[in-house]
Ligand binder design. Sequence first.
Ligand code: NAP
Length: 431
Amino acid sequence: MRVGIAGLGTVGRGVVKILETHRDMIAERAGRPIEVVAVSARSRTIDRGISLDPYRWHDNCLDLADAEDIDLVIELIGGSDGIAKELVERAIENGKSVVTANKAMIAHHGVALAERAEAQGVGLKFEAAVAGGIPIIKSVAEGLCANRCEEVYGILNGTCNYILTEMEKTGRDFESVLADAQRLGYAEADPSFDVDGIDTAHKIAILASICFGTRLNFDAVTVSGIRRIAPVDIRYARELGYVIKLLGSATMENGMLDQRVAACMVDRGYSLATVDDAYNAIVFRGDFVEDSFYEGRGAGEGPTASSVVADLIDIARGNITPAFGTPANRLKEVPVAPQDALEASFYVRFYVHDEPGVLASISESLRDEEISIESLIQHGDPEDEQIYVVLTTHETCERRLLRALDKLKGLKSLVEPPLYLRIVSIREDDD
Ligand SMILES: NC(=O)c1ccc[n+]([C@@H]2O[C@H](COP(=O)([O-])OP(=O)(O)OC[C@H]3O[C@@H](n4cnc5c(N)ncnc54)[C@H](OP(=O)(O)O)[C@@H]3O)[C@@H](O)[C@H]2O)c1
């Protein structure tokens, strides 16, 4: 199988290295050799730590889609639109299979691209787009396809998990840990895609489509990130027996799909709570298999390239399955669950002026919405003028909590808007 690679950055370099290192082993496993014929990137002169001499160079990556001696195009440029999408569309139209790691493009255009690929009878695979080195797409689309999925959720962004883990270990605040992560290359110069939850939203939208057989609906994901998590939340989380993690989750209830990205308080006894640093983890709950847990490196040269090459081998073997598990034109349109209908227990943090009556106002507002408080903590020095009041609720509907917090908006004692996080506990039937 003759391939062309567009993009020779972190992932592209890794793909070349694996194909060179394991040339013979891959040929045996794929049933035929996989040969890189041509490559393309922006600059021909950058030292990438690999020799490009054996490969034909194209200044214009679209040439890879047109080249007669290329069977498959690997797109590793990135970006939801623009040249990456143009390249993939052109390759498919020209009857070539495509492998990509581009979660932004798949989240926005994946179904349309899959429809074209399926009409053309070519493969479109994107294992590396979700959770880097964890073969989660193959697992849910193939290994778990006998199940009706009830829920899928996990830690899908290594940068956020690294930042939260560092905040937990060192007690430092978000901004200073982020600055370090940028210096170390764990976070981009513009970190918003990661820390504001958009990258996780891309991945959970892709997973939801595969798990539930539904048309990918990225716009319906409710997204928030980790910027508001403060050292005080980390301390209270520890005191209450939780760890804060940014989770992407998708649930199907009453025929409605709920997709969300939010920082959550995860029970310390839960396997997800021990997934630290840049690692990713995913829980798939199916009606027959029950809970299935996956953990591994979610990004980086080796892990991401490992998934790209696995896709290549699959296609070389002739394993051209529908990109989303279900044929793209049979993916179902389903209603979106109301954003505030979630039933859960919550952690709520208030920052208030230490004045008489504050606690009474907070508990009154919650009582009016029939929310019962499970625990209430208020530490502080009698000298402090402003203090944190933290409480956890018993299970309630998010809508009720939002109404209660809304009523407190006018409270003069509030220094800043309250922060609330969903609590994710081990289910009673889990151990
Ligand atoms: N990095 C990860 O850990 C990771 C994990 C999962 C998924 N992904 C996805 O994998 C894709 C690639 O990520 P990456 O980290 O490898 O990105 P990267 O290091 O920024 O590399 C991007 C590559 O694309 C090339 N490029 C840019 N514009 C081009 C154009 N018009 N024509 C041809 N080549 C062009 C660049 O060329 P120059 O080198 O000459 O500038 C560079 O080699 C993205 O979709 C990303 O979301 C990455």
